[in-house]
Write a protein that binds this ligand. Structure first.
Ligand code: HEM
Length: 360
């Protein structure tokens, strides 16, 4: 389903297709108990883009951006139905040797910029806006490591889709028209056994990864092991087309505590693609042929979020803009509104305004 071949107008996505950034704050929060907390979180959705502008405009050149994600339980609690077609809690994976745990998370703030001060300021402002309404679950500060190296020393992000391909891989289209312009994101925090990893020769590390270390070239097929990270993460649909996700990983580290990690964050139009990659990595393709990178990397978190389009995120401040139509049982409402959305081609915000049945 290519977006380009359709006349359907897709609302403006959040900054899902931005690069990994020179720095990133990955913040996972739970919503506190009570109605007051729910109201404050909904209000934050209405203000998030404005906060990003307030901080980002202090130095536009540093490219501050923000993506807000909503977990499955949080969606039900705040908005009920209708809900995004593929929103569900992260599915834990248990292979013969390695485990991908599912861990809690109602909200994700993925903040990226060229410099850490921009990320820090925006997260501080966000927490001020959310004061008393949320509880911390996990917060990781990632940094760009030389030429986009991961903590294990290999360049990360090379085979990410770009431009229109990145858009097609990450942004929901006509297949779920009420949630078009949205995306799904899976996050996992990994910790590395750096002693064991550093005990490998460079050639051994290259066979774990499936690429060369110094110049980041993919190993030829006859050399690249079937259990290398790259081999197991190339996945195809039934027609043999490669399916892509967009990764915004960065390394993080606290050297004095011996903590070295990779924050994996993968955006997808359908989380089943990311889940297939995870199955290949943890269970193996075929079963037992698991990802050798996992012998040196332990997943300690795992959470899935829906990322609303920019206009939907803003509209969610007033509750679920689609709820009335659904409860009225008007099955024709969604297609009619999709047509209206296509007419207002110039503005994604107007498209959702019409879905919501009132101006923004
Ligand atoms: C490729 C590192 C976890 C999916 C790569 C590459 C590196 C890397 C160095 C090669 C360069 C590139 O194309 O980006 C890591 C590390 C991880 C991790 C350090 C955590 C320990 C994951 C996870 C997934 C994933 C959890 C999916 C769920 C991919 C994909 C590619 C890739 C799709 C590109 C494959 C290709 O088309 O060649 N990763 N990765 N990675 N990784 Fe990971």
């Amino acid at each position: 389903a290519s977006h380009a071949s359709s006349s359907f107008s897709i609302p403006q996505p959040q900054a899902v297709t931005a690069g990994a950034g020179g720095a990133a704050h990955y913040v996972v929060l739970n919503i506190a108990p009570g109605e007051e907390a729910e109201n404050a979180v909904r209000a934050f959705f209405g203000n998030a883009a404005g906060l990003r502008r307030s901080v980002g405009h202090r130095d536009d050149a540093r490219q501050l951006n923000l993506v807000v994600g909503i977990g499955s339980d949080a969606w039900d609690r705040l908005f009920g139905s209708p809900r995004p077609a593929h929103l569900h809690p992260f599915k834990e994976l248990r292979g013969a040797k390695h485990h991908a745990p599912a861990t809690p998370g109602d909200l994700l703030l993925h903040v990226r910029a060229d410099t850490v001060d921009m990320c820090q300021e925006l997260v501080m402002q966000a927490m001020r806006a959310l004061d008393g309404a949320v509880q911390p679950v996990d917060e990781v500060h990632g940094f760009r490591y030389f030429d986009a190296r991961s903590m294990v020393g290999f360049v990360d992000g090379t085979e990410n889709p770009e431009g229109q391909e990145a858009f097609e891989a990450t942004v929901i289209g006509e297949e779920d028209p009420d949630f078009a312009g949205g995306s799904y994101v899976i996050v996992q925090k990994y910790l590395h056994d750096m002693k064991a990893w550093n005990a490998l020769t460079t050639e051994e590390q290259e066979r774990v990864m499936g690429r060369t270390k110094a110049d980041d070239i993919e190993l030829p097929d006859e050399v690249k092991p079937a259990n290398s990270h790259v081999a197991l993460n190339v996945v195809e649909d039934e027609d043999g087309n490669e399916m892509a996700i967009l990764r915004g990983n960065l390394p993080f580290a606290t050297p004095s505590r011996g903590e070295y990690g990779t924050y994996f964050i993968g955006y997808a139009r359908n989380p089943a693609v990311t889940e297939l990659m995870l199955t290949n990595m943890f269970i193996g393709r075929p079963e037992g042929n698991y990802d050798r990178l996992l012998d040196y990397s332990t997943a300690v978190t795992g959470t899935l979020f829906f990322v609303p389009s920019e206009p939907l995120l803003e509209a969610l401040a007033e509750g679920n803009p689609l709820a009335d139509e659904a409860s009225a049982g008007d099955a024709a409402a969604a297609p009619a509104d999709a047509a209206a959305a296509a007419d207002t081609a110039a503005s994604g915000a107007l498209a959702i305004g019409s879905l919501k049945g009132q101006p923004q």
